[in-house]
Design a protein around this ligand. Structure first.
Ligand code: UD1
Ligand code: CA
Length: 450
């Protein structure tokens, strides 16, 4: 059965108190909208429509960043969830399949839950959850078993209905043609004066059709309405990600201090030390070690590599097998082939380092001339002496050697040794005389001040 996805993301999110549209606030380094889109994408939808309103352009851009093929439906005025879906439906003309409606501010719905909804034998399926009676969610009024009678919004509910603890999450699945028909019949004669999507349940039942509820834990339907909710969502994401990593065979020595990105992947028998932060786009193979206090984003770490403590891998850093990156090393847009060692205090940017090359402490690829970036190529089994400045563009050959403290501005051929520093002069006894002279100056100054 073909699936179409509608994600509602037009709301202002007033309680965020922000210039940024609510769905663009981030959890685990990714906008809330991307979390919802990822959940929906697991259903392999034929089309995805994002309903935009507040901050429409920015939201549309973010949607296309995640999925180039995403369609955008603009809802100029926010007249309710039913009205929002109505804006998306013209994009589905001729589509014969099921529609799933999600909210852009609800990041944690599991694909398995949506699958269960699609398998439920009913014309309209609603995702519900149990919560405390003092919450203001829409109430799911049951007929019998999991058969629904209608949904009542809290504002419109009687005292008896408000006592119901089975809540509406807002997630809905229905046949596309039927949904279009039901939505076309919605009215706004309610306390909020809005077109409620929730009214399609009562309308379906009135036509003799069936509506059912599928339930999930409340945590799954956690919606973000405030900065406090955002922080709670981040905490929930992290605790799930930590538990999953450990289940997948990753050792976390201090799990509560490790922060994962939206899409972090770590292989079995890898070890992650304390206070490690994963930004977006990090993949780590098996049996790698990331020691404490590392910051990683957009990078790949291969099997057996070790990183840190206190290392920073930026986008485009690619570490092959058994590479060692030590403390206070920053790597950006650079490929380090197998067995490369970069132990200490180094910056490698826009570079390629051949296998088993050793990079000495304090090496810097001087990749930026103030206007353009330039590349540094270093061959295999080379030795870069400590405190070498590699002024790019420059190439160091296989097995080449740069002397400590060199400023390398010209290519070094294979097997050559380059020394580019001033020659040392040693003057016998001069240190003793110099110190004496300095002491005399100091004493004379002290006397003058009396
Ligand atoms: C909605 C449900 C309620 C449910 C709750 C769960 C309705 C009428 N009510 O209420 O039963 O318990 O969600 O959180 O559906 N949106 C638009 N355009 C609009 C209005 C809303 O795109 O015109 C989007 C919002 O950006 C948001 C989502 O739809 O992502 C839900 O809207 P919101 O105003 O939060 O609905 P609630 O009143 O909370
Ligand atoms: Ca809400």
């Amino acid at each position: 059965m073909p699936i179409a996805l509608i994600i509602l993301a037009a709301g202002q999110g007033t309680r965020m108190n922000s210039d940024l549209p609510k769905v663009l606030h981030k959890v685990a380094g990714a906008p809330l909208l991307h979390h919802a889109m990822r959940t929906g994408a697991a259903l392999d939808p034929e089309c995805t429509i994002i309903v935009t309103g507040h901050g429409a352009e920015e939201v549309a851009r973010a949607a296309r960043d995640y999925d180039e093929a995403a369609l955008i439906a603009h809802q100029a005025e926010q007249k309710g969830t039913g009205h929002a879906v109505a804006q998306a439906l013209p994009g589905l003309q001729g589509f014969d399949g099921k529609v799933v409606v999600l909210y852009g501010d609800t990041p944690f719905v599991r694909p398995e839950t949506l699958q269960a909804m699609l398998e439920s034998p009913a014309d309209v399926v609603i995702l519900g959850f149990q919560s405390r009676p003092e919450t203001r969610y829409g109430r799911l009024v049951l007929r019998e078993g999991d058969l629904l009678d209608r949904i009542v919004e809290w504002k419109d509910a009687s005292a008896e209905e408000r006592a119901i603890t089975l809540m509406n999450s807002g997630v809905l699945a229905a046949d596309a043609m039927l949904l279009a028909d039901l939505v076309a019949g919605l009215k706004n004669d309610n306390k909020a004066g809005e077109y409620y999507l929730t009214d399609v349940v009562g309308a379906a039942v009135a036509r003799g059709l069936t509506a059912r509820v599928v339930t999930c834990p409340e945590a799954e339907t956690l919606g973000v309405n405030s900065r406090a909710d955002l922080a709670a969502a981040e905490a929930a994401f992290q605790s799930t990600a930590r538990a999953e990593a450990m289940e997948n065979g990753v050792t976390l020595t201090a799990p509560e201090t490790v922060f994962f990105g939206f899409d972090t992947v770590i292989g079995r028998d890898s070890i992650v030390g304390p206070n490690v932060i994963f930004g977006p786009g990090v993949t780590v193979e098996s049996e790698a070690e990331i020691k404490g206090f590392c910051h990683l984003e957009g990078c790949h770490i291969s099997r057996g590599a070790s990183v840190g403590p206190f290392a920073r891998l930026r986008p485009g850093a690619e570490l092959a097998e058994d590479v060692h990156v030590g403390n206070f090393v920053e790597i950006k847009n650079a490929i380090l082939d197998e067995g490369v060692k970069v132990g200490h205090l180094t910056y490698l940017g826009d570079a390629h380092v051949g296998e088993h090359t050793n990079i000495g402490a304090g090496t810097v690829t001087c990749n930026y001339d103030g206007v353009m970036k330039h590349r540094t190529e270093i061959g295999k089994r080379a030795f870069i002496g400590s405190d070498t400045m590699l002024v790019a563009p420059v190439r160091i050959g296989d097995g080449a050697f740069t002397a400590t403290g060199s400023v390398i501005t010209e290519d070094v051929p294979d097997g050559a040794l380059a020394i580019a520093r001033a020659k040392q002069e040693t003057k016998a006894g001069l240190a003793v005389r110099l110190f004496e002279k300095l002491k005399q100056i100091k004493a004379a100054k002290a006397k003058g001040a009396e």
